[in-house]
Write a protein that binds this ligand. Structure first.
Ligand code: ZN
Length: 57
């Protein structure tokens, strides 16, 4: 098994950091110019932000 594709029920999304499924209403959302990121919580949001900072400079 090399890939896992999960069907996403309407109303839920997958965290872009840990890939956990979360209700859309509870997800943290960051909208950029051409993409949208979802986060299950602040921990994952901070992980993503740190990665962005590392690539920004
Ligand atoms: Zn997460």
């Amino acid at each position: 098994m090399s890939a896992v594709v999960k069907p996403i029920d309407s109303g839920s999304v997958a965290c872009d950091v840990c890939l956990k499924e979360i209700p859309h209403s509870e997800a943290g959302i960051v909208e950029a110019e051409d993409y949208v990121m979802y986060f299950c919580g602040l921990d994952c949001y901070r992980q993503w932000r740190e990665a962005q900072d590392n690539t920004a400079g």
